[in-house]
Design a protein around this ligand. Structure first.
Ligand SMILES: Cc1ncc(COP(=O)(O)O)c(C=O)c1O
Length: 385
């Protein structure tokens, strides 16, 4: 073992994630999940029907042993093809985006470092950054400015010791998507202070207007890392295949070495199925986009009908929004009644420590219209009584 290639990781104890705790406590009572963050899962037979001959051969003759630690070479090449200027060797496949984020945050952050993370957001980003010893400044996004990230706020949050800026676009839970100049401003600000910009892009390719699609982070600079996954836009969460894409060789080496402590390598069947889905991505993404567009039309009608009672900043991408109950009392008893009487689960904004009666609403699932009809029925009973 050569001492100059070794490094250490500080890993403090991680707290339970508030959102997952909420799910664990309530989802067994729920018949309808109106808060899911993914697109309706594709079935194995549906995916196999889209599979090209090469993948079908790989699938039929698959040996179920350990796989290549950095990922199947064909899968890495296919993922690299999602970007403008990336080679297969600049991709590390992971067990979902969760592992990709865990490895990246731990590879970058050290005790005493400072990180800026947009908030509300995906809680694991915060907790893992904190556990790695960093001081985290939340960059607050607000309903009344349309969840817009203000570059002046970002600039104010930066310090000389800022090592990392984390953004997630398209955004969970608000569905927000900045314009191109704001995105370029983030990339430039990170470069100015010598920080890495970690771009969590798990909802990328699910923009409602393709003209709104931002460049992938990794294509925007060597200091920008993109994290992607099969779970959201592709509707294949059960594969647990995500990835880190970076042009920073040293960072890639660190995350690769850390992966030996977590998953070690990916599931062999999942790699082949992810490869098949990426090769058939026009069909797979077309299905997701059609589902989301249909559900959005239902939601447009709902918010029009309930104007003044429920409101939201209509998302521009993804399958998650962050509406609020404007009138009708506090949110928590309303959500408890909705679960109790109609079996519909919504996640309160309090899991993000966000006030203002917001709740997370997911609209990627095929049964969303049924769940929405039950929300409507319960609201009529309890709010219009
Ligand atoms: C913004 C964001 N990043 C990362 C993840 C993790 O994705 P996965 O569960 O597929 O690992 C999620 C999942 O909800 C997410 O919403």
């Amino acid at each position: 073992m050569t001492s100059e290639t070794r490094f250490t990781v500080e890993l403090a104890r991680l707290p339970e994630l508030a959102l997952e705790r909420e799910f664990r406590a309530r989802s067994s009572d729920a018949r309808w999940l109106l808060c899911g963050s993914d697109v309706e899962a594709l079935r194995l037979d549906e995916l196999l029907a889209l599979t090209d001959d090469e993948c079908r051969g790989l699938w039929d003759e698959l040996a179920l042993g350990y796989t290549a630690p950095s990922g199947h070479p064909l899968l890495r090449a296919e993922i690299a093809g999602l970007y403008e200027r990336l080679g297969a060797e600049q991709v590390l496949t992971c067990a979902g985006a969760d592992e990709a984020l865990f490895l990246t945050l731990n590879a970058i952050l050290r005790p005493g470092d400072h990180a800026v993370i947009a908030w509300p957001g995906y809680e694991s980003l915060f907790q893992v950054a904190r556990a790695a010893g960093a001081e985290v400044t939340p960059l607050r996004l607000r309903h009344d400015t349309g969840w817009r990230l203000d570059l002046r706020d970002l600039r104010r949050a930066l310090r000389p010791e800022t090592r990392l800026i984390v953004v997630n676009y398209p955004h969970n839970p608000t569905g927000a998507l900045p314009d191109r100049s704001t995105f370029e401003g983030m990339v430039a600000l990170a470069a100015e202070v010598g920080a890495v910009l970690l771009s969590d892009e798990v909802y990328r390719l699910l923009e409602y207007d393709p003209a709104d699609r931002l460049p992938a982070g990794v294509d925007a600079g060597r200091h920008v890392v993109s994290v992607g996954v099969m779970s959201k836009s592709f509707g294949l969460a059960g594969l647990r295949i995500g990835w880190i894409a970076t042009r920073d060789e040293e960072l890639l080496e660190r995350v690769t070495a850390l992966k030996d402590y977590t998953s070690g390598c990916n599931s062999a069947p999942s790699e082949i199925l992810a490869l098949a889905a990426l090769r058939a991505r026009d069909a797979v993404l077309g299905r997701s986009r059609a589902l989301v567009a249909g559900n959005l039309a239902e939601l447009d009608a709902f918010f029009e009908e309930w104007e003044g009672v429920f409101e939201w900043v209509r998302p521009r991408a993804g399958c998650v929004g962050f509406p609020r109950l404007v009138t009708g009392g506090p949110l928590e008893p309303f959500l408890a009644g909705l679960l109790d009487e109609e079996g519909v689960l919504l996640v309160p904004g309090s899991v993000y420590e966000h006030g203002g009666n917001h709740f997370r609403l997911g609209f990627g699932r095929a049964d969303m219209p049924g769940a929405l009809a039950r929300l409507d029925r319960f609201a009529r009973r309890s709010l219009r009584a």
